[in-house]
Structure formats: structure tokens, C-alpha cells
Design a protein around this ligand. Structure first.
Ligand code: ADP
Ligand code: MG
Length: 674
């Protein structure tokens, strides 16, 4: 049988089991063999029955002397057996498994494993693992390190063990090594088959570690290979506009800015400008904390396209952000006669006539403006767009055979290891510092009993300094899209706060509002005509309101640290001292200590790394961020393995002859994650 063969070709696996296995992401024999145990029971101590001691975890082998069903006081059936070997006798007890009386009828040679306890005055094994002794000696469920697998209803570890060992035996010839021998020995990797065996039938914990390391490497390697090929396709089939970068022109632009660039802005500019000079299209992700100054970096690239007589499209996820970029770019480019046009569903603003930069929302995709002189596509907050939308904008830009350079930007602080894997086909630039002089935002955790006090404090701030406040409602469901529940919660909070802050103007903003209404409310807030703005968590990430100095977040513990950091980044944009209040009803120590990390001066990246450690990737990346998936075998903390996998993937693509078997393997999907 092959690894690609469906599990249903295994004996005892019919459609019912197939359905259950689906829940564990197991469809093929290959999937089954890569179902990794999460722990092991140590049944390696094989003991003569006479030597067995209470509290020991042991395997004993002997013959069933007697076995019978007995009713307990509570009407439950228990099964009591006496087992003997040449040295002595021991009792075994099971609960509610009356069939055992037949399976293990007296005279059966059996192997039992479990913990020894007192049963009355006798030594006994309670609910031990059992299996009939077979001719080969070595057991599947006893006498060794026994794997415990992730299970699902109706699929026990015992059942999985049986099927996995069977599958391993009949497919072993197809688990052919695909990496060069010297590479394996150089890197201390197990042979593939050895690794699979070691994970399911280990002799020692070292075996397990070593086997898992190899299988994790496989997983990462195939992910990286796919990335590497995607990257090669991107570069191979298309030619980009090779742009001339005039250093002195760039200097004029940079000098005209009201600030000096941060070191990482300057470095990132260099990385991008180098890409633009090539005739292979750039595909770069610019990661940078909220407020790290991504716009100006994108503007520099835009300026290069302009200086070469080409246009740029600049897409933002919301109307407000598009408007904001439109104004920023107009300001930056005002000394240079760069013509900027705003394209949103509300219409086209800026023209008439020719333009150098189109700024807009996804309306850009549908507008009938000609895009054939476009050399650069900038996509801001890229995670807010679907893959499809991004692809459509890119493919509608540039001339037939000429692809645009693409710069995508995100403020989502993705730990580097994750970015290397998830966005492995992109080149990565990181803005890892904030412009100088940014104030630290004072952050407090506010427990329930201090709520009233906190409201009074906010009231005082507004009265004294005429500042504005954001109020973020709790995250109700893990979802990218805003649900009705979320909208209701925000509306309820709005009604409540209108009563608390009677003297002030309270506004409400949520994703189910029409974009005209949203723009109106946001506009009022920007103009200072709304004092407190209640909003759902998913709206308007990048908005700039310098007079807003207080960020209040309800049920803060429901958010990821990086997310809290992003929300907090909406205040502290002006000169006034800013504050972030994290409301929580929780008294859990873990929760409070996690939230207290927000008081340390950590960057979004550091907070994301910390959260990854504290809560694990499932919680951090969950379903909240579209496009994220979790690794099955490898771990996001395996930095070295992730780097190595990327290295090998790039080498294999550049030098396919060295890795022929690996590349053949890539076409078969059985060991790659879905
Ligand atoms: P983001 O990375 O969140 O998109 P922006 O590009 O909106 O950040 O920049 C945030 C603010 O910081 C803007 O007001 C911008 O003018 C300002 N800014 C950008 N770079 C610098 C710098 N090097 N020094 C000072 N202020 C800067
Ligand atoms: Mg931005």
C-alpha cells in the first residue's frame, strides 16, 4: 500500500471510522502514520509477578487462571481475573467490559501493563492495558513505551496503535528516504522510516525526540519548498519594470520630510529600492508596529515609480484609511508635482486628467481606470484583504507581460519564525523601532471594583484637557468578520455609557453600519465632536486621531497581547500624555500576569512572541487571523529547524539535481500538511 492510499483500505476501517478519522485530519495512510502521539506511558519494566510491588508501573506476562464478571453494590459489572506466571499470582480488575470474560478466557496467554495497587489485601492491576501474547514477543500495548495519541469519540489510542502498527508494516517499503544520506548524517537527522518507527514504537524517549525532530523537519521542509516554488514562479514568468533609482532625488524627498527617518526606515528603504532596480518583480512584506512609519517607506517607493514615469496603486482596507493615505501622500508629494487620485466606492477624487498615484479601497479592483502603466502595487494592512482580492489587483496592474512590483504592509506583529514559514515566499522587511520621541502609553489593569473610579477619572480627563476616548467592546466570538452578537454588545455598551457620561457626546462605530455612516462618525470623532467613541474590535485599525489619549478595552483578557498592543497604538499619536485602561473581570493569576506584560515597554513583536509562549499558537493565531494555520508536528519555537528547512528548500530549488528524490516527493501530498 502507498502512503496516498485512503485509510479505508485498511482492515477494520470502514466508512464510519473514516468519518471519525477525518476529525483528526486523517484521510490517508500517510496521514495516519504522521499522527503524532502527544505523550507516552512507560511500560518498559517487565517484571516477574512475584517481584511486582505496589505503586510500580509494570508489564507482566502470564496465563489467565480465572476470570469472571461480578456485580458491584451499585449494579456495575466488574471483571476480575487471576493471572499467573511461574513465579506467582496477581489480580487484574476492569470495569464494564464483560466481553473480556470471553476475550481473555482462562488459559489465555496474556500481557498486562499498568500501575500496581492494593485491592483488598491483594496486589492488583486496575484497568490495565492488555493484549494476547503473540509469537513475536514484542507487544503493541504493553512491555514498551506506549504512545497516547490525540483521540476523538470512538477512536481510542489503543485502536489507533493497532491500525498504525499494521499500516507501518505494510507500507514500510514505501517510506523511502528522499534526502541525501550525507545531508542526514551532517545534520544528525534520522532516516525517514526510522523516524516514523521511533515515534510510534520507540525504544527510548531519545528515540521519540529524534524521530519527531526529523518529521518536524519534513513538515517544515515541504512548506518551505512550496513557498520557494511559488517565489520562483513569481519571478520566472514575469518581467518587471526595471526602475532607475536616483539617489539624489530620493535624498531631496527624504530631506523634505518634517522628520528624519528611523534607522529601520532607512534600511527598509534600501531593501525596497534594490528590489525595484531588478527586472524580477518585487514581492515584499513590510512588517511594522503601529506607528512605526510604514506609509513614508511606501511613499518613497511610490516616488521612484513616479520618477521613472510610472504609476502606483495604493490599496487600503477602509475608506477612512484610504482617505488618510490620500491626504498624507498629497502632503509628502506636494513639492514634486506628483498627482494623487482617490478612488473609493463613493467616487473618484483628485483628477481630472492624468494621475501618478491611485489611492483607494478595494473599489480600485472594480473601477474602470486603466492600470497599464502601473509599476508598483502597495497593499496596506494586507491581512484585511483576501488572497483573491490581492491577486486581482496585482494581475490587473502592469502591462501584459510586465508584472508590477508588489509591496504589502502589515502591522500584525508576526514572530519572525512564523513569518518565515507562513509568508515564506515573500521577502521580509521589518520596521523594528518607533520614531524617536514617542511617548510611552501608561497602561493599567482595572478590576471590577475600580470601574466606577475609572469612569470618574476619565470624566475628569475630558473636562480638564478636552481629550477623547476610545472604548473597545469585548471580543465575543473568534472571528474575522463582525457578528450580530458583537454589534449588539457594542450597542448595549453605547447605551450604558451614554448614561454614565451624560455631559459628553458618545458615539458608536461598528462594522454593520453603512460606510457612509461610519465615515460620518469617524469624521465627527476626528473633528473632536464626539468625546467617547464606543467601537467593536475589528474596525479602523490604522486611524490617526492625535487628540484621542485614552484607550479603554473591555474584557481585555479575551484579546491577544499583540492585539491589545495594536488597539493601544491608536492613542499616543499626539503630544498629550496617553493612557490605556485594560478592564477585566478576571482574578486569575495567569490572566493578570499576562495582562501585566502590557505595562512593560515591549514592542508588538516581543508581545507576540510572549503570547505565543504563554498561550500557544492555537490561541494566538486561532481562526482570528485569516490565512493562518498551525503546524502539526513542528513547533513555532523551533527556530533552527525552521531556518534549516528554508535553507534546504532554497538550495533544492536552485540546485534540483542534488535533491531529485525530494522534489519527486513534493508532488505527493501525503506527508505535507493540508
Ligand atoms: P504605520 O506604520 O502605523 O502605518 P504611519 O506611517 O501612519 O505608521 O506613521 C505614523 C506617524 O508617524 C505619522 O504621523 C508619520 O508622519 C509619523 N512618522 C513616520 N516616520 C517618522 C519618523 N521617522 N520620525 C517621526 N515621525 C514619523
Ligand atoms: Mg499604516
Amino acid at each position: 500500500m502507498k502512503l496516498e492510499t485512503p485509510v479505508t483500505s485498511l482492515p477494520l476501517v470502514g466508512p464510519v471510522y473514516a468519518r471519525k478519522l477525518k476529525k483528526l485530519d486523517i484521510a490517508t495512510i500517510g496521514n495516519l502514520l504522521h499522527h503524532i502521539p502527544h505523550r507516552y506511558l512507560d511500560f518498559r519494566l517487565i517484571s516477574k509477578i512475584a517481584h511486582v510491588q505496589v505503586d510500580e508501573t509494570v508489564t507482566v506476562r502470564g496465563e489467565v487462571l480465572t476470570i469472571r464478571n461480578q456485580y458491584t453494590k451499585f449494579g456495575r459489572k466488574i471483571q476480575i481475573a487471576e493471572i499467573t506466571d511461574s513465579s506467582g499470582r496477581i489480580t487484574a480488575v476492569w470495569f464494564n467490559q464483560p466481553f473480556l470474560v470471553k476475550t481473555l478466557s482462562s488459559g489465555t496467554k496474556v500481557s498486562l501493563a499498568g500501575k500496581v495497587v492494593w485491592f483488598g489485601r491483594k496486589r492488583a492491576l486496575i484497568s490495565p492495558e492488555y493484549e494476547k501474547q503473540n509469537a513475536q514477543g514484542a507487544g503493541v500495548h504493553t512491555g514498551r513505551l506506549i504512545p497516547i495519541y490525540p483521540e476523538t469519540a470512538g477512536v481510542s489510542s489503543k485502536w489507533l496503535r493497532g491500525r498504525i502498527i499494521y499500516a507501518l508494516n505494510i507500507t514500510r517499503k514505501n517510506i523511502k528516504e528522499f534526502l541525501p544520506k550525507h545531508f542526514l548524517s551532517q545534520n544528525n537527522f534520522d532516516n525517514w522510516l526510522t523516524a516514523v518507527r521511533s515515534v510510534h514504537l520507540p525504544e527510548s524517549i531519545d528515540d521519540v525526540e529524534s524521530g519527531k525532530r526529523r518529521l518536524a523537519f519534513n513538515e517544515l521542509l515541504f512548506l518551505q519548498l512550496k513557498n520557494a516554488f511559488r517565489k520562483m514562479d513569481w519571478q520566472k514568468n514575469e518581467v518587471a519594470y526595471k526602475l532607475k533609482v536616483d539617489k539624489s532625488e530620493i535624498k531631496t524627498l527624504v530631506d523634505s520630510l518634517p522628520f528624519t527617518l528611523t534607522k529601520s526606515q532607512a534600511r527598509t528603504n534600501d531593501e525596497i529600492l534594490k528590489d525595484l532596480e531588478r527586472d524580477t518583480p518585487m514581492n515584499r512584506l513590510l512588517e511594522g508596529d503601529v506607528g512605526s512609519g510604514k506609509t513614508v517607506v511606501a511613499a518613497t517607493a511610490t516616488f521612484v515609480a513616479f520618477a521613472n514615469g510610472h504609476q502606483t496603486v495604493f490599496m487600503a482596507p477602509t475608506q477612512i484609511l484610504a482617505q488618510q493615505h490620500f491626504e498624507t501622500l498629497k502632503k509628502i508629494f506636494s513639492p514634486f508635482n506628483v498627482r494623487v487620485t482617490l478612488v473609493t466606492s463613493a467616487g473618484v477624487k483628485g483628477g481630472p486628467g492624468k494621475t501618478d498615484v491611485f489611492v483607494g479601497t478595494h473599489a480600485l479592483i472594480h473601477k474602470k481606470v486603466k492600470f497599464d502603466n502601473i509599476a508598483l502595487v502597495v497593499i496596506d494592512e494586507q491581512q484585511r484583504f483576501g488572497v483573491e482580492q490581492r491577486a486581482r489587483l496585482i494581475s490587473s496592474s502592469g502591462k501584459k507581460k510586465k508584472a508590477p512590483h508588489v509591496l504589502t504592509m502589515t502591522a500584525t506583529p508576526i514572530p519572525r519564525t512564523v513569518a518565515l514559514t507562513v509568508y515564506g515566499d515573500l521577502d521580509l522587511s521589518t520596521l523594528d523601532e518607533l520614531p524617536k520621541g514617542r511617548q510611552k502609553i501608561t497602561t493599567w489593569t482595572v478590576p471590577r471594583q475600580k470601574r466606577e473610579e475609572a469612569y470618574k477619572w476619565i470624566d475628569k480627563q475630558i473636562k480638564r484637557d478636552n481629550v477623547q476616548t476610545f472604548i473597545i467592546c469585548p471580543l465575543i466570538e473568534e472571528s474575522d468578520k463582525e457578528t450580530m452578537k458583537q454589534v449588539k454588545a457594542a450597542s448595549a455598551e453605547y447605551e450604558k455609557l451614554k448614561k454614565v457620561f451624560k455631559k459628553y457626546k458618545v458615539g458608536l462605530l461598528h462594522g454593520k453600519m453603512k460606510s457612509k455612516e461610519k465615515d460620518f462618525v469617524m469624521g465627527m470623532f476626528k473633528k473632536g465632536k464626539i468625546d467617547l467613541l464606543v467601537s467593536t474590535p475589528v474596525v479602523e485599525v490604522g486611524i490617526d486621531v492625535p487628540n484621542a489619549t485614552i484607550m479603554m478595552i473591555e474584557d481585555a483578557e479575551r484579546f491577544g497581547l499583540a492585539q491589545l498592543h495594536q488597539l493601544r497604538g491608536r492613542v499616543g499619536r499626539g503630544k498629550k500624555k496617553s493612557y490605556c485602561l485594560l478592564f477585566t473581570e478576571s482574578r486569575g493569576e495567569k490572566v493578570l500576569s499576562r495582562l501585566s506584560a502590557m505595562r512593560r515597554n515591549l514592542s508588538g513583536f516581543e508581545l507576540a512572541e510572549l503570547d505565543l509562549k504563554l498561550r500557544g499558537p492555537g490561541e494566538v493565531f486561532g481562526t482570528r487571523q485569516s490565512g493562518f494555520f498551525d503546524l502539526k508536528i513542528a513547533n513555532w519555537q523551533d527556530t533552527d529547524l525552521i531556518k534549516k528547512a528554508k535553507e534546504v528548500a532554497l538550495e533544492a530549488v536552485a540546485n534540483p539535481k542534488k535533491f531529485t528524490k525530494l522534489l519527486e516527493k513534493l508532488d505527493q501530498s501525503s506527508i505535507t500538511p493540508n
